[in-house]
Design a protein around this ligand. Structure first.
Ligand SMILES: C[S@@+](CC[C@H](N)C(=O)[O-])C[C@H]1O[C@@H](n2cnc3c(N)ncnc32)[C@H](O)[C@@H]1O
Length: 257
């Protein structure tokens, strides 16, 4: 991973090499934007509370494929330490939402609600739907949304195979999607195929951990090749795709964040 990351940084475009107006704006207003927002402190406080929690909860482990194991206990602090988007990438989600001003956001994989909080805080007018299968984790996420006053977030609890179709039945289209659920080849492509009919020319989709494993890397490469995809931005830990038909030829870039 370390070698691949260094290669990525080496190959990433510099600000002077970004010629497309869309990528230029994205770079200026999102990737290079170092402004601090009040919401960052509020969400950081919630994260700290979770990191210091002594609570243990039963969790559902969705494992590989359809293998589901329930009842295994985990410390909330360990979940907060290992499963959540980092503050650095949380701020990216906030700034992307602020830049894009989506009306509808879907997140696949809520965990304790930290990334959903960044997304919802960046787009105060958006309806946010987030999906989580582990009931005790879902409850803690709801507690975070309540504490942060984010009452526009709807959490659908259950296996993605049932909650994703349910979420899609509640929207006409999707402006922004964050895929951070089951980080494996087949599920990642399956989520993409399911959301595709709801994406439009100005939608953005963010994939987590695109180089985390061979399977995720392969899934990212296949998503990039989809004829609908006009732009792909590889930030190494996250990948972003856009569908703007203004790009007559697909553009695939590596950028730094
Ligand atoms: C990486 S965590 C999400 C982290 C969150 N987006 C954040 O950054 O704060 C993925 C979550 O998806 C849930 N999950 C994984 N596979 C699932 C499935 N098949 N159905 C429902 N939930 C699932 C897990 O319980 C876990 O909480």
């Amino acid at each position: 991973m370390a070698t691949k990351f260094i290669q990525h940084q080496w190959q990433a475009l510099t600000s002077h090499e970004v010629h497309s107006p869309f990528l230029f704006r994205l770079n200026e207003e999102v990737f290079q934007n170092t402004r601090h927002y009040y919401a960052f402190d509020e969400i950081a406080f919630r994260r700290d509370q979770l990191l210091q929690s002594t609570q243990r909860i039963p969790v559902t482990d969705f494992g590989a494929g359809s293998q589901v194991v329930t009842g295994k206990e985990r410390r909330v602090a360990d979940i907060a330490r290992t499963s959540l988007t980092s503050p650095h990438f949380g701020k990216l989600l906030f700034k992307l939402a602020q830049f894009h001003q989506p009306k509808t956001i879907l997140e696949i994989g809520t965990s304790l609600g930290i990334s959903a909080a960044y997304l919802a805080s960046g787009a105060p007018d958006a309806q946010v739907i987030t999906l989580e299968g582990s009931p005790h984790i879902a409850q803690l996420a709801k507690d975070q949304f309540e504490a942060l006053g984010l009452n526009r977030i709807t959490l659908l609890e259950g296996e993605f195979s049932t909650t994703l179709p349910k979420a899609l039945s509640q929207v006409k289209s999707l402006d922004m999607v964050f895929i951070d659920g089951n980080h494996q080849f087949a599920p990642t492509l399956s989520y993409f195929e399911q959301i595709k009919p709801y994406l439009h020319d100005h939608a953005l989709v963010i994939f987590d951990d695109i180089h985390w494993s061979k399977g995720m890397h392969k899934a990212w490469e296949m998503v990039k090749q989809d004829p609908m995809v006009r732009v792909s931005i590889d930030l190494f830990y996250k990948g972003i795709i856009a569908f703007d038909p203004g790009f007559r030829e697909p553009v695939h870039v590596k950028m730094r964040y």
